[in-house]
Design a protein around this ligand. Structure first.
Ligand code: HEC
Length: 213
């Protein structure tokens, strides 16, 4: 092949089926054959390119077709909406009976309540609800009231306990040795407060039966 042929690219490619051309370039002593791709292969490629453009326009540039991600998010939003409506309704109609019969007997709810209690309440009420800390053979009182002594200072009713946790020590009360309960409504959702109430009921079953509606 002379020097001018180097620029005659067309002659380096096969144009007919079955034609085999040895390509000009050499890499590491290796040369390539060129053969014409079969038409069925080429048309599939062209069709795929056309389909890509059509698909891309329809999928990403029209409002009618949502991506999978958007569909999942939309679906989750619907579910969340239904759930939060249910929760609102439940909390709006939350009463002693529901807390005793439903919430405090539901293992999931009680476990959530226990988790909330462990994170937020043990410092003043102790893990065993006794509001005392044991060090060696001595017992020290913690700031909170015992939650397992059968005494419910602001009413032995689930909703009274819910309210106390939600709103904290009422303004007219001087608290316990001057210490007051924080209104937990700022840190915890109504659901979490209901759950922790359910947990306390489940730990003090004897105080909350028979059911007072
Ligand atoms: C910083 C200390 C502190 C923390 C933390 C705390 N409490 Fe209290 N809690 C108190 C004090 C003090 C009282 C007594 C309030 C009073 O007498 O007005 C009390 C009272 C209570 C009572 C009433 C007990 C009874 O015998 O009537 C309940 C129920 C209660 N707390 C639940 C909780 C829950 C649930 C949490 C966690 C979300 C919590 N507390 C976290 C200090 C605390």
């Amino acid at each position: 092949m002379n020097k001018e042929d180097k620029y005659d690219i067309a002659s380096q490619y096969a144009k007919k089926d079955g034609e085999v051309v040895l390509r000009d370039h050499v890499y590491d002593g290796i040369q390539e054959y060129d053969q014409k791709l079969p038409n069925w292969w080429l048309y599939t490629l062209y069709a795929a390119i056309v389909w890509f453009v059509v698909y891309w326009v329809i999928y990403y540039h029209t409002k009618n077709y949502k991506t999978d991600g958007e569909r999942v998010v939309a679906g989750m939003n619907v579910i969340e909406g239904i759930k939060s409506k249910e929760l609102e309704a439940t909390l709006a109609s939350l009463d002693n009976k529901t807390l005793i019969e439903k919430w405090s007997t539901d293992t999931n709810i009680v476990n959530n309540g226990l988790a909330t209690y462990t994170t937020n309440c043990v410092a003043c009420h102790a893990a065993d609800l006794s509001a005392t800390m044991v060090a060696g053979d001595q017992k020290f009182p913690l700031p909170g009231l015992a939650l397992n002594d059968g005494n419910w200072k602001y009413g032995a009713e689930p909703m009274a306990i819910f309210k106390l946790i939600h709103d904290g020590t009422p303004p007219e009360s001087t608290g316990h040795n001057g210490a007051r309960m924080t209104p937990w409504s700022q840190q915890l959702s109504p659901k979490q407060i209901a759950e922790v109430t359910a947990f306390l009921i489940s730990e003090n079953r004897k105080d909350f039966t028979p059911v007072t509606p």
